[in-house]
Write a protein of this length. Structure first.
Length: 106
């Protein structure tokens, strides 16, 4: 059973997916960052270290914040996909709410 905080995060990301305000997968996220559409990059906690390093470098280059969020299976499942190591929110409202949820104590 997911913790309440994790459940709220997955619900928010699912809503962002339904609203078309999130992209996932390495190529889509890289394109969103380079086009300055991404407002928050999400990295799965269990993503490969090399992938994390590459996306952190990319996010820093374009001054886009990033955060470790969930694991690959959970991130993918809430987006209606298979495993996802990286995703990017394209909406300030969703990004702000996600940051609030992540900062809440357990």
């Amino acid at each position: 059973m997911a913790k309440p905080k994790e459940q709220r995060i997955t619900n928010l990301l699912s809503m962002a997916q339904k609203a078309g305000r999130i992209v996932s997968g390495a190529f889509a996220v890289e394109q969103a960052v380079k086009k300055k559409q991404a407002v928050l990059v999400l990295l799965a906690g269990d993503a490969a270290e090399e992938s994390k390093k590459n996306f952190i470098t990319l996010a820093d280059k374009f001054a886009i914040p990033y955060a470790d969020c969930l694991d690959r299976e959970t991130l993918g499942r809430c987006l209606g996909k298979d495993f996802r190591a990286v995703a990017a929110l394209l909406d300030d409202g969703f990004a702000k709410k996600l940051r609030q949820l992540m900062e809440e104590s357990l």
